[in-house]
Design a protein around this ligand. Sequence first.
Ligand SMILES: [Zn+2]
Ligand SMILES: [Zn+2]
Length: 332
Amino acid sequence: MARLGSWIESHPEGIYVRPADAWIDPSRPKGRAWVTHGHADHARGGHMAVLATPETLAIMATRYGQQSGQPIAFDETIRVGEVDVRFVPAGHVLGSAQIVMEHKGERVVVSGDYKRRPDPTCAPFVPVPCDIFITEATFGLPVFRHPDTGSEIDRLLHRLHADPSRCVLVGAYALGKAQRIITELRARGHHEPIYVHGAIERLNQLYQSFGVELGELRPATGATKAEMAGHVVIAPPGALNDRWSRRLPDPVTAMASGWMRIRQRARQRNVELPLIISDHADWDELTTTIRELEPTEVWITHGREEALKHWCMTHQIKACELNLVGYEDEDD
Ligand SMILES: [Zn+2]
Ligand SMILES: [Zn+2]
């Protein structure tokens, strides 16, 4: 009998699905690309034909211009070559999907980037039992346990209210994290205007066009220090220590990222208020998900593979690492 999943090949530039002649999240232009979500390390421009959710295609269009893409709705099954393919929510960012493939009685799920905790900006992760689960492992070490999101947001609000002459400047990745922080603030009862860096505006509008409520947002550019005092300002991480931030009223520098668990990373960016808020599964979410899906094999990519591989083996699940290159989640 053929090896399980022998129709799926792992190459440095992505996962190749042979009976469909398709690539998943390829890092180089390909004829047929299936794209899990809009982050730049997964969604590249220049493919001949892209299959992705409507939200992901819209995100790719803002970044690369119109792509020759075919939208696929969640849970719609289409046949490509000899493979039945279906996209189901991954809970990572707006439009993010896992890709479920069936071929000759085997089911393989590619998680893409995912998380299990609630996120008001996207559909929650749907567990699909499978033979092979190809999982990310960005935070695949037991040290990574993300705290409750609400309590991190409360820490942010506490600092904001402690000194109304200052603002809290939150560094957040422009796609996903920025909009999630805004909606989490709203959910915690913060209805004041939020100031945003110009680099985030287009994605905010895109989220709003897909029905995500962000409340009143104002451009930070052109606003005075007096106007921004006592307010939250959101900017991409690169702007935190940049000249841009000098226009702000004595900012408390915060950063929202799973990497803020590591103090050294917070220090490197001169972050005064590290907020551990991640769009990736932490160690418990990774292992709980594998327990729930009960796959025969786990293929691990995209991060710290070794510890998760060991965990799988101690739980009688076959596991291996895929050496894909070009995926970077430093910005999470
Ligand atoms: Zn991502
Ligand atoms: Zn990623």
